[in-house]
Design a protein around this ligand. Structure first.
Ligand SMILES: [Zn+2]
Ligand SMILES: [Zn+2]
Length: 329
């Protein structure tokens, strides 16, 4: 079986093949980037990465100046000792699982993923062969994380907006500016109301539209005209005074972490909407059971013991690769 190594606090190396997965600096000859979130993207600099077409476009829109080659989903790339194929991961637009096949076996690296997939992503698809080694993120790997259906969550998002607009208060959705913001916008689009988007998220929206996703009637956040529209912004912008001139407004925090009622007082929000771009605990167990890999590596989780316990009960061999848990969720 291929050797799997941690590389720094973010990436993975397959040293037998000189392949790097989500490496931020050039510590391997062939580097693959799963998606355009900051903790997975390479630093600018003299390295070349392979990524899905939408990931490269989003990286560019976020200011990435390094070299990047587009590798479409499902089209294998032949390297001297391996073949690498990207599969849609359902996390955000462009997000990919990276499947590496070699004479010494194969490895499936999930990156960040979600099943059922985000409605503003390319969907979710698994390779059609037996997976030898699975490297899976496990951000929400406790049985308290059980997501509601997409219909349910869409209803929560739309109802919150309609309720407060009808009372002349400005609904403010706190959502990370890549992925979550566009998902919330897509849910709000059928209402037809004017949406305003924080600048960092706003510049990424045209990429979503280019790939065919409807984000509704939106414009960039404007302090003078925000009153009466629906605002979508990362929570970090609240401390920086976004919409501070709007007197009557209500906050909805959209995140997997909204599962925790304690977040309400920490953030002083009016609604907690547990909308995550990661899969929940039960979907993770189900997927591992279905794939039945010879070896499963757990990454990106504050709670490896619990998920390892459950997987080992199902007869799966697991190992924890200690990596940073990100802020976007
Ligand atoms: Zn991510
Ligand atoms: Zn991540």
């Amino acid at each position: 079986m291929l050797t799997v190594q941690k590389a720094g606090y973010h990436g993975i190396r397959l040293p037998d093949l000189d392949i790097g997965l989500d490496l931020k600096s050039p510590k391997a000859q062939y580097i693959f980037t799963s998606h355009a979130h900051g903790d997975h993207m390479p630093y600018n600099g003299n390295m070349e990465v392979y990524a899905s077409p939408a990931t490269v476009d989003l990286m560019r829109a976020r200011g990435y100046k390094g070299r990047a080659t587009k590798l479409p989903f499902g089209e294998p790339l032949d390297l001297p000792n391996a073949q690498v194929t990207l599969y849609p991961a359902g996390h955000i637009l462009g997000s990919a699982m990276i499947f590496v096949e070699s004479d010494d076996g194969n490895v499936l690296y999930t990156g960040d993923y979600r099943t059922p997939p985000s409605p503003v992503s390319e969907g979710f698809e698994l390779p059609n062969v037996q997976v030898d080694q699975l490297i899976t993120e496990a951000t929400f790997a406790l049985p308290i994380y059980k997501w509601k259906s997409l219909e349910d969550l869409t209803d929560q998002v739309q109802s919150f907006a309609q309720k407060w607009l009808s009372r002349d208060e400005t609904p403010v959705f706190l959502a990370y500016n890549l992925g979550k913001a566009q998902e919330v916008m897509h849910m709000l689009a059928p209402l037809g109301n004017r949406l305003q988007i924080h600048g960092a998220g706003h510049k990424l929206c045209p990429v979503y539209e280019q790939y065919g996703f409807d984000l509704g009637n939106y414009e960039a956040y404007d302090r003078e005209t925000v009153d009466g529209s629906i605002l979508v912004t990362p929570s970090s912008a609240i401390g920086q005074g976004i919409a501070s001139n709007v007197h009557d407004k209500r906050y909805a925090y959209c995140s997997g972490w909204a599962t925790h009622e304690s977040r309400r007082s920490q953030l002083t929000v009016d609604a907690l909407i547990p909308l995550s771009d990661h899969l929940d605990f039960f979907a993770l167990l189900e997927l591992c059971e279905q794939l039945e890999p010879k070896q499963t590596y757990i990454t990106h989780t504050p709670n490896p013991d619990v998920v390892q316990h459950y997987l080992e009960q199902k007869g799966l061999r697991t190992r924890f690769l200690d990596m940073e848990v990100e802020e976007h969720d």
